[in-house]
Design a protein around this ligand. Structure first.
Ligand SMILES: *Cc1c(COP(=O)(O)O)cnc(C)c1O
Length: 465
């Protein structure tokens, strides 16, 4: 399996290179040169199989010759043994034809664990063979950092630096990063937004001298292996609900468009997905893009669903690349102009191609809170605010075919956002037993300005120490 850049100017790469590089050298994102596909029979056979086996089958199509199949099977088994539910990503039914896909049974209570537990072991496997040590810098809107720190802490061939927007994430989110006492972990509380953190990270990759000096790598959802890992639960859920004989629709709470793009990838691989609804909060760049054809950066606003407080959805570049017929030159032009001007006018044909599968719904703060309450009243389920954004969007969506099951991705455990859930529902969500001691652990982090140069200096010192 070979990988190409969405900007068409980087040499082809194997899985190993795409995994370790994160961003391609031309500033684009890696995508597979050709989509692997699954036959209807292969999809049907996923029903009832252990999650780790489905993961090995799906991810194996992307790793190709880079990872031995037996090693991959073992990596998947170990990664998903860290989950606290035997089904790993169980489905819960809320109403006729409406389901929650619970992605939060991992160590840090959010869906980021699904990819990160796998990624850490893939890195270990590849780096141990090469005897190299890399530095992961991770910009986080809250959940990626915790999942990455938890997955990579204590590993000998990796250092990890988490950049998070100070005061804009929940204390539970922060604690999953700052309470790791391993010497290979550093946390920077940035005086800015998530978009500032992401821009700082991009600048570090652009500075090739710095990137080489610290052996920089990235595990944000620009990393292809995360998309590959996340496409697995679309297969597992759809097969459990009757695919390929029956189509399934998904609603995905979205910020960086990584999780939703994983659904797009599953569709490209042959999974009969009828529709993917991208659910956003007031930071609605994606919903505006699908509705009006203009992808335009806005001001980031703080909401109850902070992991989605993003106005530059990095993975949108992958979708754009697909929608313009994989034209790297056109994608490069559009996204270089976007970096300078903050807008892209999506060509009409490309917009039409996107809309065949995707639509967007923006959900405001009042509706988010009221859906948390109504879901509790109607079903007895407490949901986190990100899941509530997804549920609100799904309730609003008129499906092409009303008998198609609608699966809402439940991206975090309610106990990860206890204040918001308690304010909306009047009930404090109990922390699951595997998170019970988090409040008692001491924290460790540094404050930093929203300035890439200052962060680089800090990281150089951390790497030398
Ligand atoms: C990261 C995150 C999202 C958004 O996922 P993207 O891949 O960035 O679209 C949604 N909900 C939660 C809880 C998250 O942590």
């Amino acid at each position: 399996m070979k990988y190409v850049s969405t900007r068409g100017e980087a040499p082809g790469a194997d899985f190993r290179t795409a995994l370790l590089a994160g961003l391609a050298p031309d500033g684009g994102l890696y995508v597979p040169e050709a989509w692997p596909t699954f036959s209807p029979g292969e999809i049907a056979a996923f029903a009832g199989r252990p999650y780790a086996e489905t993961a090995a089958a799906v991810v194996g199509r992307f790793t190709g010759d880079a990872i031995d199949p037996a090693a991959l099977a073992k990596i998947c088994a170990e990664a998903y043994a860290t989950f606290n539910h035997p089904a790993v990503t169980p489905l819960t039914q809320l109403a006729p034809g409406r389901f929650l896909l619970e992605l939060f049974h991992g160590p840090t209570l959010a869906f980021k664990d699904v990819a990160m537990q796998l990624l850490a072991r893939l890195y270990d496997h590849v780096l141990a063979r090469e005897g190299r040590t890399l530095t992961i810098v991770c910009a986080t809107s809250g959940d990626t950092g915790g999942a990455a720190v938890e997955a990579f802490r204590g590993r000998s061939n990796i250092r990890i630096v988490a950049l998070f927007p100070d005061g804009r994430i929940s204390s539970v989110q922060r604690r999953y990063m700052t309470t790791a006492d391993d010497a290979n972990v550093a946390c920077l509380a940035v005086d800015g937004t998530f978009d500032d953190c992401q821009a700082m990270l991009k600048e570090m990759f652009r500075d090739t001298q710095f990137a080489r000096a610290v052996d920089l790598t990235g595990v944000n959802s620009i990393n292809w292996a995360r998309i590959a890992a996340q496409s697995v639960y679309y297969f597992a859920a759809a097969a459990a609900l009757g695919a390929p004989h029956r189509k399934v629709a998904f609603t995905v709470p979205t910020g960086n468009f990584g999780d939703a793009f994983a659904g797009f990838a599953a569709h490209r691989m042959g999974l009969p997905i009828e529709r993917i609804v991208a659910a956003v909060n007031g930071n609605d760049i994606i919903a505006r893009a699908f509705a009006g054809g203009r992808y335009a950066r806005g001001e980031v606003r703080a909401t109850q669903s902070p992991a989605m407080d993003i106005q530059v959805a990095s993975n949108f570049e992958r979708l754009y690349f697909e929608a313009v017929g994989r034209d790297g030159a056109q994608t490069a032009r559009a996204f270089r102009a976007f970096a300078a001007q903050g807008t892209i006018d999506i060509p009409p044909q490309a917009l039409e191609a996107m809309r065949e599968l995707l639509s967007g719904e923006a959900v405001d703060e009042t509706e988010t809170a009221s859906v948390i309450l109504s879901t509790l009243n109607e079903t007895g389920n407490l949901v986190d605010p990100h899941t509530a954004v997804g549920l609100a969007a799904a309730l609003r969506t008129t499906q092409d075919n009303p008998t198609t099951p609608m699966v809402v991705l439940s991206t975090a455990h309610p106990a990860k956002f206890p204040e918001t859930v308690a304010a909306a529902a009047g009930v404090v969500p109990p922390a699951p037993r595997w998170a019970a001691d988090l409040e008692a652990r001491p924290e460790r982090f540094e404050k930093a300005p929203a300035d890439a140069e200052a962060a680089k200096a800090y990281i150089r010192r951390f790497v030398r120490a």
